[in-house]
Write a protein that binds this ligand. Structure first.
Ligand code: ARG
Length: 465
């Protein structure tokens, strides 16, 4: 969806807020990880899933204007930066030589460069001896990031792992420049709606020198506000980081879909926040192909899921800031984000609007509304020209990926509870088998520090008076 085709929901017609959620319902989902993805789910269902289009605009009374508030691109100098988040291990240890060796061997073997292995290893070993770490070549970094995706057991969308676009930004250090690169990442991945899986890699940790971090779990997330009466506005998953952003000086509008600022942490500059520029945030208004009133619910979602709090580990080197994105699988939005009771909880509203008999669970009103919501998500992304996949296609693709990996003589790790879609699981072929659960490297890792930052937890960070 391009900027000018983004649809806007009818102004001033926002329906009643989703039924109030109380703070104690605030979620504890595995922090999503795409290949990304990663949160205690109902019945063994994967909290998040990693990762195409049709006719006209979403049905409903839409206007073709950008629904995103235009905000300043600058950081907010009026607010002093906060001290950096104190990690449990302030200084990265020296690189583990065995891990570096294993990676270097795998890289040279798989990329057909076996003859160059020992020369390169001599160089790496020398760097580790003198500095405690080593510097990946551009080719090593690219291959390492792609294989980290390939190894992501929770991601159903790995068929295209080898085409991940890697933006090497290891030389970018300042928080202003890091934020600007994240915004540029979002613009670059968009391509008029033909989203391309992309990662931007910032400086790694090194002995005595920690690299930068991004606090947000994704580059684009909606704020969640708990009102004094205990009701929730916005995304209940993000209430912690919303509170933290507010303490930093950000002023949310208290709406249901306020995009949070990007919070960047560098050991030299501390923590600073940056509003996302409107041209970096593509959103899709949700309408239904046959039920025009669905548009009146005022639902929307951002088109690009870009995980930003997972570490990328390659050959013993840890990249703490390496945001990456694929494209959405419709169930992520239509069966989790808008549906979880502690998030947008829209099924009761939708079922009511559909006139379903909600007198008993046995009428399966939730299930019927759920299917229609997933149709609405697919329909709306298609109408906006924004890449999205569905759980039937993606399940077939995943099994194709699995066969390719086996043909290449490799293990393909997969976590059943994340791979099986949260809608119509048994209808998809991925449901009817078991998987290898190997923990392979390179990898995307969600460590406790990253998960806590994304929840807005600030142990050891002094509060402003
Ligand atoms: N489940 C997360 C969300 O709904 C996104 C995780 C990554 N997903 C992906 N398709 N790459 O925002």
């Amino acid at each position: 969806m391009s900027h000018d085709t983004t649809t806007e929901l009818p102004a001033g017609r926002a329906p009643a807020r989703p039924a109030g959620r109380t703070p104690e319902h605030t979620p504890a989902l595995p922090a999503g990880r795409a290949a990304e993805q990663a949160p205690a789910l109902p019945a063994g269902r994967s909290p998040e899933h990693t990762p195409e289009r049709a006719p006209d605009r979403p049905t409903g009374r839409h206007r073709q204007t950008c629904p995103v508030a235009h905000t300043s691109l600058d950081p907010h100098p009026a607010y002093p930066p906060r001290p950096s988040y104190p990690p449990r291990t302030p200084h990265a240890p020296a690189v583990d030589r065995a891990e570096a060796r294993k990676f270097t061997e795998d890289f040279h073997r798989e990329t057909g460069a076996a003859a160059a292995l020992e020369d390169r290893w001599q160089e790496i070993a020398r760097q580790i001896d003198t500095t405690g770490t080593y510097v990946h070549t551009g080719a090593e970094l690219t291959w390492g990031a792609r294989v980290a995706w390939r190894n992501s057991a929770r991601c159903i969308g790995r068929l295209y792992w080898n085409s991940l676009v890697v933006r090497d930004r290891r030389e970018v250090h300042g928080t202003d420049d890091i934020a600007a690169e994240c915004f540029q990442h979002l613009r670059a991945t968009w391509r008029g709606g033909r989203i391309r899986p992309t990662i931007t890699v910032f400086a790694p940790d090194a002995p005595g020198r920690r690299g930068p971090r991004i606090w947000n779990e994704q580059l684009i997330r909606y704020a969640g506000y708990v009102h004094p009466d205990g009701t929730l506005a916005g995304d209940g998953r993000n209430t912690g980081i919303t509170t933290y952003a507010t303490e930093l000086g950000w002023h949310g509008r208290g709406g249901r879909f306020d995009v949070l600022p990007l919070i960047v942490d560098s050991p030299h500059e501390g923590v600073r926040w940056y509003p996302l520029p409107s041209d970096a945030v593509r959103e899709v208004a949700i309408g239904h192909p046959e039920i025009p009133e669905v548009a009146d619910l005022g639902l929307r979602w951002h088109a690009v899921p870009a995980i930003s709090n997972m570490r990328l580990e390659i050959g013993g080197i840890s990249y703490g800031a390496a945001p990456f994105n694929g494209w959405y699988l419709e169930t992520e939005i239509g069966a989790r984000n808008l549906v979880d009771a502690d998030r947008y909880n829209v099924l009761p509203l939708l079922a009511h609007l559909m006139g379903l008999d909600m007198s008993s669970e046995r009428t399966l009103w939730r299930d019927r509304a759920l299917v229609e919501l997933n149709r609405a998500v697919l329909h709306s992304f298609d109408a906006a020209g924004a890449t999205i996949t569905d759980h039937h296609v993606e399940s077939e693709r995943f099994l194709r990926h699995l066969r390719r990996e086996e043909d290449a003589g490799r293990v393909c790790p997969a976590d059943w509870s994340w791979i099986v879609p949260p809608v119509s699981g048994g209808l998809t072929p991925v449901y009817h088998r078991y998987y290898d659960e190997a923990d392979l490297r390179p990898a995307f890792v969600l460590d406790e520090d990253g998960a806590r930052r994304a929840r807005g937890e600030t142990p050891g960070v002094p509060r402003l008076p």
